[in-house]
Design a protein around this ligand. Structure first.
Ligand SMILES: Cc1cc2nc3c(=O)[nH]c(=O)nc-3n(C[C@H](O)[C@H](O)[C@H](O)COP(=O)(O)O)c2cc1C
Length: 144
């Protein structure tokens, strides 16, 4: 899908969105959500969104905006290391409307502590050299 968007002329991609979920009231046996299913957001979906960003970064050249469960600076750095050029924060700002400033401050602290000159130096820098999945990915890419 990311490649299709890039091929069609997209300037950037927001990856990802909510994941469809469901809840049932065990006494009434009715779905708890009026629409039966609904979008699950927040920390529960972060590993899924992070994996999607990681895969997209290897599939396209346009910038990726990472999104899904980010609630602090460490989460934002994780998404950047996976390949996000920027991040988006939704659910966490409902719980704490000041969370964006905290994340920005936390990113500055992270850069100082780790000697990172610019956030763009983090983009896609997850280290995969010793991981089987990366070797498998390269093998799969070479084999077409
Ligand atoms: C209340 C609410 C409304 C949303 N509305 C939209 C929407 O209209 N269009 C859209 O693409 N995503 C929408 N989303 C999804 C968010 O843009 C985001 O992808 C998702 O919530 C995951 O990020 P988060 O965990 O930081 O919230 C909505 C999310 C929430 C919680």
């Amino acid at each position: 899908m990311a490649r299709a968007a890039e091929d069609a002329g997209a300037d950037a991609i927001v990856m990802g969105n909510t994941v469809l979920g469901m809840a049932i009231d065990v006494r009434t046996r009715q779905p708890k959500l009026g629409n039966v299913m609904g979008g699950l957001s927040g920390p529960a979906i972060k590993p899924i969104a992070l994996r999607l960003v990681h895969q997209c970064y290897r599939a396209v050249r346009i910038p990726i905006i990472g999104c899904g469960g980010i609630q602090n600076a460490e989460d934002a750095v994780e998404f950047m290391l996976a390949g996000a050029a920027a991040v988006q924060v939704g659910t966490a700002s409902f719980r704490d409307p000041g969370v964006m400033q905290k994340i920005i401050d936390g990113l500055q602290d992270y850069c100082q502590e780790t000697g990172t000159e610019a956030l763009r130096d983090l983009v896609g820098q997850v280290r995969l050299d010793q991981h089987l999945s990366d070797r498998w990915l390269r093998f799969a890419q070479q084999s077409g």
